[in-house]
Design a binder for this molecule. Structure first.
Ligand SMILES: [Zn+2]
Length: 173
């Protein structure tokens, strides 16, 4: 009989995390935690100048993301930079383009929630159970999406953020 080996497995996966990059990962039981930060120039949202980096801010709660099999839940931990603009002196915190509004969910998962909720006979409880999310999160994301549709604001699809990143998962852990 062949001994069972724990092998490092390279998985090529689309992570819609641009301009952030995956920096590390941690597996905890049935959950996988991915850590992101950005190394590109920090741009002042007010005047467009390149701003200085004056510290970091790790969100208290990670963003829920679409599950990566075989893990049940995927969490994205995003470290944002604090910027100080040398031109207009604006202090700001880096924007995370793949976060759905102020919710702790990324755009892909928000879109999936809304797709499922738009299906005939969909309900919050089933959607939450299938996606392993709280009913409260599903309710709030769908409500904000509907408000956005009503207000006729372009949907998240318009955001250009698709990136390809490779990372490895320790198989069997
Ligand atoms: Zn500025």
């Amino acid at each position: 009989m062949q001994p069972i080996e724990l092998q490092e497995q390279n998985i090529s996966i689309h992570l819609p995390c641009k301009p952030f990059r995956l920096t590390s990962q941690k597996i905890s039981g049935k959950d996988i935690h991915l850590y992101f930060s950005c190394t590109e120039d920090l741009i002042c949202p007010e005047c467009g100048a390149v701003a200085g980096n004056h510290g970091f801010r790790r969100g208290k709660k990670p963003l829920s993301a679409e599950p990566i099999p075989p893990y049940k839940r995927t969490y994205w931990h995003v470290t944002k930079r604090r910027g100080l603009c040398p031109c207009c002196e604006l202090k700001f915190t880096e924007i995370v383009p793949f976060q759905f509004k102020d919710r702790h969910v990324n755009l892909d998962l928000a879109r999936k929630i809304c797709d499922m909720m738009d299906a005939p006979n969909a309900n919050i409880r089933t959607t939450a159970r299938i996606l392993v999310l709280s009913e409260d999160l599903v309710r709030r994301v769908h409500k904000e999406y509907l408000l956005e549709v009503e207000a006729n604001i372009p949907e998240p699809e318009n955001v250009k953020y698709i990136a390809v990143d490779e990372f490895s998962i320790l198989k069997g852990l």
